[in-house]
Design a protein around this ligand. Structure first.
Ligand SMILES: *[C@@H]1O[C@H](CO)[C@@H](O)[C@H](O)[C@H]1NC(C)=O
Ligand SMILES: *[C@@H]1O[C@H](CO)[C@@H](O)[C@H](O)[C@H]1NC(C)=O
Ligand SMILES: *[C@@H]1O[C@H](CO)[C@@H](O)[C@H](O)[C@H]1NC(C)=O
Ligand SMILES: *[C@@H]1O[C@H](CO)[C@@H](O)[C@H](O)[C@H]1NC(C)=O
Length: 298
């Protein structure tokens, strides 16, 4: 895991500088947190769907139940910071499985939506110290993929707002909230370029991000003890995609649960399959998230 090693060294070097200057011996890494709890979909799933599908999907060369060729962002960040990571994210999940039922290539695999994942977390919330727990939520848009031209971005954002409110009520105070990366930047939508559906996906991302920002602004005004760090995934893409030779084609082609082909030059690719980043992309994302968190937690 070359990228893993590079990132870990880079972050630890920086962390020890911060820790030394602040002389805070109780910190494990460079931050105030000890635990990262992650809600969302395949962008963050590290094996939940795989287990639920009885180890059917994703299969090799996907990495240990992750939808990539190596660890996802949360594990790079948690390893560098020495946090414990608790993943509630499920591949194929929507914001609320009662609003848009998740669609997966392994039939009858149960998939909790984000609000349902929060329901699963709630009974354990009192085992986490809210001051040392970072709650991450990344809903990358299965609602829109599963209900094309139908899902309402305001309802989807409201589901996430409801999830955050429930987590706050359970005592959680620190939130890492991912915006939707414009879905037309993924290879899955490239064939539709110029069509109304392509335009629709792009508009949905913008509308969802806007509705979520409005919620965060209001919620922060109402609750002075809550802290949000928003991850602008489109800004991440603009800054980091140029590091890859190929940002338009996936390394892998997949049909259902069959891997049809794998590229020989994965390091050139930002995308592993037609919707998910390579682990190199995840490592850079972890680095980007770290840069956003640092001013809030150092
Ligand atoms: C989930 O969706 C159902 C059906 O639309 C709705 O009744 C319920 O209130 C939603 N739950 C949350 C937490 O948003
Ligand atoms: C968390 O921090 C707040 C504000 O400093 C403090 O009042 C509270 O007791 C802390 N909670 C725990 C569990 O340490
Ligand atoms: C990306 O890879 C695909 C498939 O190998 C190829 O067709 C395309 O030309 C490449 N794009 C760039 C910009 O290298
Ligand atoms: C995907 O697999 C199905 C079932 O094996 C097959 O009928 C279909 O032609 C395949 N699609 C593509 C694009 O290869």
């Amino acid at each position: 895991m070359l990228y893993y090693a590079i990132l870990r060294i880079a972050l630890l070097a920086f962390c020890s500088f911060i820790t030394a200057s602040l002389a805070a011996p109780t910190r494990r890494g460079c931050s105030i947190f000890t635990d990262l709890v992650v809600f969302g979909d395949s962008s963050s799933d590290d094996g939940n769907f795989y287990k639920a599908s009885n180890d059917v999907w994703p299969s090799s060369p996907y990495y240990r139940g992750a939808f990539s060729n190596g660890p996802v962002w949360s594990h790079y960040l948690a390893a560098a910071e020495r946090w414990n990571v608790h993943t509630y994210a499920y591949a194929y999940s929507t914001s609320n499985s009662s609003y848009v039922p998740p669609v997966a290539p392994v039939p009858s695999t149960p998939i909790p939506g984000v609000v349902q994942q929060v329901d699963l977390f709630k009974p354990t919330a009192n085992t986490f110290n809210p001051n040392k727990t970072l709650i991450a939520i990344w809903n990358q848009g299965n609602d829109f993929a599963d209900a094309v031209m139908q899902a309402n971005p305001n309802v989807v954002a409201q589901s996430i707002a409801n999830a955050i409110t429930a987590l706050y009520t359970s005592g959680m105070r620190h939130f890492l909230l991912f915006q939707i990366l414009d879905m037309t930047k993924t290879p899955a939508l490239l064939p539709y370029k110029g069509s109304p559906v392509y335009q629709w996906f792009s508009e949905m991302g913008t509308a969802y991000n806007g509705a979520l920002a409005t919620f965060v602004s209001q919620f922060t005004t109402q609750h002075t003890d809550v802290r949000f760090t928003t991850v602008n995934t489109n800004q991440f893409f603009t800054q980091y995609a140029p590091k890859f030779k190929n940002t338009s084609a996936p390394c892998l082609t997949v049909n259902g649960t069959t891997v049809d082909s794998v590229c020989s030059n994965v390091v050139d690719h930002l995308f592993w399959d037609d919707t998910h980043p390579t682990t190199a992309g995840h490592a850079l994302l972890a680095n980007y998230v770290y840069s956003l968190l640092k001013p809030n937690t150092a």
